[in-house]
Design a protein around this ligand. Structure first.
Ligand code: HEC
Ligand code: HEC
Length: 215
């Protein structure tokens, strides 16, 4: 009798509580659904559905048209060293597989690149060397009304705070000038500003960094 009880108990332990295959949690490396991947890996910093949050919006036809597929792929894979944008390949313990990175890149480009303004595709994405002295004048002209002519802030905040400049790359500053942070009230300037002028302004902003590095 006791033996039968133990047997039943064992069978129960082994079988009864077992979740059906559909209920079992999927291993992180097997998730192949764009929405789930984006929500789990990107939304925390770039907002639900890419609408922008701590960092820039990705649900933005201008950004999705000026950035190349290769650059976007590299960025997700390797992150941007020296900034808070993490590498998802070397994300120890829980990396994204190549196939998952492809799903993310394709998904963003397909879903969020439509209805781009006509000039979006002509813009240069990559930041290049600019001239800080020219950038200062351009800043007063194009940015001063909101950020103050000295960049210390007016209706919008300071953009020359060394702590802020340490955290962001030159490329990010260029992207923000092109694409704005519309969800925060920073307008998109792509189409209204020359590529060289953007690089000049970025160079001027970065003269306020306390520690010089090339990131
Ligand atoms: C119409 C007003 C306006 C203009 C013009 C403007 N900005 Fe902004 N900018 C904002 C607002 C609002 C924010 C949101 C944060 C804040 O309030 O400081 C912002 C944020 C930023 C940020 C921070 C982005 C981030 O992700 O943290 C940078 C850098 C910046 N602006 C640079 C510039 C530069 C450079 C120019 C000129 C080329 C410019 N802005 C023109 C209003 C403006
Ligand atoms: C921990 C916060 C964080 C997470 C998570 C994150 N990002 Fe980022 N991302 C950032 C920051 C911060 C930047 C700006 C880095 C810089 O200064 O260059 C950035 C920049 C970017 C840019 C480039 C914007 C530019 O400078 O042109 C893209 C595209 C991007 N992230 C995509 C993604 C995708 C896709 C994911 C999810 C796989 C992701 N990010 C997850 C913080 C994050």
């Amino acid at each position: 009798m006791i033996r039968t009880c133990i047997l039943i108990l064992l069978v129960c332990l082994m079988g009864c509580g077992k979740p059906s295959p559909e209920d079992r949690p999927i291993r992180p490396s097997k998730i192949m659904d764009f929405d789930t991947l984006f929500a789990q890996r990107c939304a925390g910093c770039h907002g639900t559905d890419g609408a922008g949050s701590g960092s820039i919006a990705l649900h933005d036809p201008t950004l999705m048209n000026i950035i190349s597929r290769e650059t976007l792929h590299d960025l997700v894979k390797n992150g941007r060293p020296g900034t808070l944008m993490p590498s998802f390949q070397s994300n120890t313990g829980n990396p994204l597989t190549d196939a998952q990175i492809e799903i993310l890149v394709d998904g963003m480009m397909q879903r969020w690149s439509e209805d781009a303004p006509p000039w979006a595709t002509d813009r240069r994405y990559e930041v290049q060397q600019g001239k800080a002295t020219r950038g200062k004048g351009a800043f007063v002209h194009m940015c001063g009304q909101c950020h103050g002519n000295d960049g210390l802030g007016a209706s919008a905040g300071s953009v020359i705070n060394p702590a802020f400049l340490e955290l962001v790359s030159a490329q990010y500053l260029r992207t923000v000038i092109l694409c704005g942070r519309p969800e925060l009230g920073m307008p998109q300037l792509a189409g209204k500003i020359e590529d060289q002028t953007i690089d000049d302004i970025v160079a001027w902003l970065r003269t306020h960094k306390t520690f010089r590095s090339d990131q």
